[in-house]
Design a protein around this ligand. Structure first.
Ligand code: MSP
Length: 502
């Protein structure tokens, strides 16, 4: 089995994380946990993009313009602490001011230079610090503003190094045609093809006016453009230029999760850079949508920027994860509404899942002294594992959760139909035992299926089934995903309520 390498974009640290930035990282965490469950080795990389003009401006605003490193250290710490509090299981938190990253960027630059893909040219154009990107006149609004940041871009005239992206136009288009899963979802794939075919031009990859960043090898008067530097983090993180053995192990088994605003960088510039450096291309770049809050764009000026830690305090990590991935179809735009969060909490988590777990265990305690009965039953699972695995393979989190909830609802309906409280009154307890075994074994499967999304809840359900998560996770997939894991005589316990009424 190939190892699985998953990345998030590295974040600018001009502000603390909000729900939008937490979203990508939570989605990556779900995938990391799922692939560990399958028994694969997983490397999960996230981190901070520190060599940017944007960060410098933020440091200046905070009176730390001449203590840039201190500002970055403090902010990187805020981000790391947030991710830890969100229960993110990253393998490495990379910072682009770390020495191994400078080494990787220098090595990479030299390779591309040796290939003949870097040349010195005149740059005369527009730059938006908000996007950290060069803009064309045609990108601007009627008033000459950057449409995303509503600010006029800076006019820049200087000598820069350029990267011959256009050398790779044909190769990129061919790769995209031949690998339908390379850019997902489909709509983004079309957008990228249009861009490469009609708009992609050589790109300026250095700046003489930047005061912060990695110097161009052999020309200290210029610093490397933040995107050229930032994309290379995906190589640095796993040992490019510093640990060849590790690098060979993980590259190119990589899947990049990104927001839809940064696909051109990831689906055109980045693969062109890799082709130039003679490195194989990533397996997949998946672009998710943007979300609004209660129908409005999230922005500091509107005062509706949502702090993920605040939501975790009000609900829990699991609830936030569940809501984000169940509510918004991954790949599309969506709205974050606290009303919807509370509705889903009550209905799906408390009434459907929570109730199924508590009544199945309570009845086992009452009628069977908390013992798994000895009885032969047929699988109740239907196609859940197939549907779930297929959805997870496509990063279709909403569908994966729907397949799990189908099982939850079917099990609740089964309780209503079987009426174990009546079966308990019968002389022959076979039917009761069958009903309860079916329910308990279903909980076992639900704990696995839920684990990537609701890791703390999954651990609690396992505990109530008398199992420790570390023990069950050593089982291979073909063992734990078949019917009949719970053994007669195993002791189960009715534990705490999973989702108390709010
Ligand atoms: N530093 C670059 C990425 C370099 S990767 C080599 C960057 N950083 S960012 O902090 O501006 O954005 C990081 C990610 O957060 C992007 O994928 C972006 O799409 C995502 N989001 C920021 N706001 C968001 C929402 N409101 N909704 C969903 N995702 C959002 O770009």
């Amino acid at each position: 089995m190939n190892p699985f390498y998953i990345t998030t974009p590295i974040y600018y640290i001009n502000a603390k994380p909000h729900i939008g930035s937490a979203y990508t990282t939570i989605a990556a965490d779900v995938l990391a946990r799922y692939h560990r469950l399958l028994g694969q080795e997983v490397f999960f990389l996230t981190g901070t993009d520190e060599n940017s003009q944007k960060n410098l401006e933020a440091a200046e605003k905070n009176g730390k313009g001449n203590q840039m490193q201190t500002y970055l250290d403090e902010m990187a710490d805020v981000w790391q602490r947030t991710f830890n509090a969100l229960n993110i299981t990253h393998t490495r938190f990379i910072r682009t001011t770390e020495p191994d990253h400078s080494k990787a960027v220098e090595t990479f630059w030299k390779r591309v230079l040796a290939k003949g893909d870097i040349y010195l040219g005149d740059y005369n154009g527009l730059y938006c610090t908000g996007c950290e990107a060069f803009l064309q006149e045609s990108d601007l609004t009627e008033d000459g503003l950057c449409p995303d940041h509503q600010k006029p871009p800076k006019k820049i005239v200087e000598k820069n190094y350029f990267f011959k992206v256009t050398n790779y136009k044909a190769a990129l288009l061919k790769h995209i045609q031949e690998h339908p899963d390379f850019i997902m979802p489909e709509s983004r794939r079309h957008e990228v093809i249009q861009y490469i075919e009609h708009f992609m031009t050589d790109l300026s990859i250095s700046r003489s006016t930047m005061q912060w960043g990695i110097p161009v090898p052999g020309d200290a008067s210029q610093r490397i453009y933040v995107w050229f530097d930032a994309l290379i983090n995906y190589l640095t993180g796993i040992g490019f230029a510093t640990d060849e053995q590790s690098f060979q192990k993980w590259w190119p088994h990589v899947h990049h999760l990104v927001g839809k605003d940064i696909i051109k960088f990831h689906c055109a510039l980045w693969p062109a850079m890799l082709l130039s450096a003679d490195l194989p291309l990533p397996k997949r770049v998946f672009a998710h949508g943007f979300f609004t809050v209660d129908g409005q764009k999230m922005s500091k000026s509107l005062g509706n920027v949502m702090d993920p830690l605040q939501l975790v305090k009000e609900y829990s990590n699991d609830v936030l994860r569940y809501f984000l991935l169940a509510e918004i179809r991954f790949g599309e735009d969506g709205d974050f509404s606290k009303e919807r969060l509370s509705e889903r909490y009550e209905k799906e988590l408390a009434n459907e899942l929570g109730n199924l777990v508590s009544r199945s265990l309570a009845m086992t305690e009452t009628y069977l002294d908390g013992m798994v009965p000895q009885v032969i039953t047929e699988s109740f699972l239907g196609m859940v594992w197939q549907d779930y695995n297929h959805a997870m393979e496509m990063f279709a989190f909403q569908e994966a959760l729907e397949s799990v909830w189908k099982l939850v609802r079917k099990a609740n309906q089964f309780v209503e139909e079987q009426k174990p409280w009546q079966q308990a009154k019968e002389q022959d307890k076979t039917l009761l035992k069958k009903t309860l075994y079916t329910l308990l074994e279903t909980l076992w499967h639900l704990s696995f299926l839920l684990y990537p999304f609701l890791p703390q809840t999954s651990e609690l359900i396992f505990k109530q089934l008398g199992k420790e998560i570390k023990d069950v996770f050593s089982l291979p997939l073909d063992k734990f995903s078949v019917w009949g894991n719970l053994q007669p005589g195993d002791r189960v316990y009715k534990g705490e309520i999973l989702f108390p009424k709010k």
